[in-house]
Design a protein around this ligand. Structure first.
Ligand SMILES: Cc1ncc(COP(=O)(O)OP(=O)(O)O)c(N)n1
Ligand SMILES: Cc1nc(C(=O)O)sc1CCOP(=O)(O)O
Ligand SMILES: [Mg+2]
Length: 219
């Protein structure tokens, strides 16, 4: 069964407003997050494993998968469901060989060329972006907008009709609908959830926007 990507909450200590990641994850899952990603670009390996273990302890009983950004070793050490790797990270083939067939592997796709060439048969989902401007990533690519997202989505749908695809970058309750209309199966979000005054309410609001558009989808 395809992984549920309707609301992919990414928790990142640099974009958590000082909140403990476990508390943040608890809140966004209560609000409807279906997949959580741990993204920690600055922490030591040991800190990242501790964060991942604490998140697995929270999320596994709730049936919500945790994927670890970039770090296959951390995912393995912590017993996470899998990883999210981008074009500069470990190759998808290597990650699959290390993690095995049951792991969740997500990959970032930023261009039409990548959409045509990535080994989609080894993936569980793709994150396509940046859709809008973001403050959560260093040196982000220029925003592609919903139109650019739709063009990449079409290639992915032709090559892997059942593989779920999320949009990422600058997505919030006000613009999430346009991303789903453009063909996304869900959205990946950092700041609109983690930096919200009430992350649970923010997650519930984004999730209800996503669900509302998906309910209208006919194919
Ligand atoms: C769901 C999702 N999509 C895309 C990304 C970006 O991954 P990457 O390009 O490797 O950039 P970093 O997150 O590692 O800075 C993602 N993390 N999640
Ligand atoms: C991790 C990441 N990857 C991106 C990409 O464009 O590939 S944008 C991004 C950060 C998204 O955070 P926010 O929801 O706060 O904009
Ligand atoms: Mg990466």
């Amino acid at each position: 069964m395809p992984i549920d990507v309707r609301l992919n909450a990414i928790v990142d200590p640099e974009r958590a407003g000082g909140r403990p990641l476990v508390e943040l994850a608890r809140a966004v899952v209560a609000g409807g997050a279906t997949l959580v990603q741990l993204r920690d670009k600055l922490g030591s390996t040991r800190r990242m494993i501790e964060e991942a273990r604490a998140l697995v302890d929270l999320l596994a009983p709730l049936g919500v998968p945790l994927v670890v950004n970039d770090r296959v070793d951390v995912a393995l050490a912590a017993g996470a469901a899998g990883v999210h790797v981008g074009p500069d990270d470990m190759a998808i083939e290597d990650a699959r060989a290390l993690l095995g067939p049951g792991a969740v592997i997500g990959h970032s796709i930023k261009t039409l060329e990548q959409a045509e060439s990535v080994p989609l048969e080894l993936l569980d989902y793709a994150g396509v972006g940046g859709v809008y401007a973001t403050l959560s990533k260093d040196n982000p690519a220029p925003p592609m907008g919903p139109e650019g997202f739709a063009a990449i989505r079409a290639v992915l749908r032709r090559r892997a009709p059942l593989m779920p695809v999320v949009g990422i970058a600058g997505i919030d309750a006000a613009n999430a609908a346009a991303v789903i209309v453009a063909g996304a199966d869900g959205v990946a979000v950092i700041s609109a959830l983690s930096l919200a005054a009430d992350p649970e309410l923010a997650a519930r609001t984004v999730r209800s926007v996503v669900d509302g558009v998906l309910a209208e989808r006919t194919e």
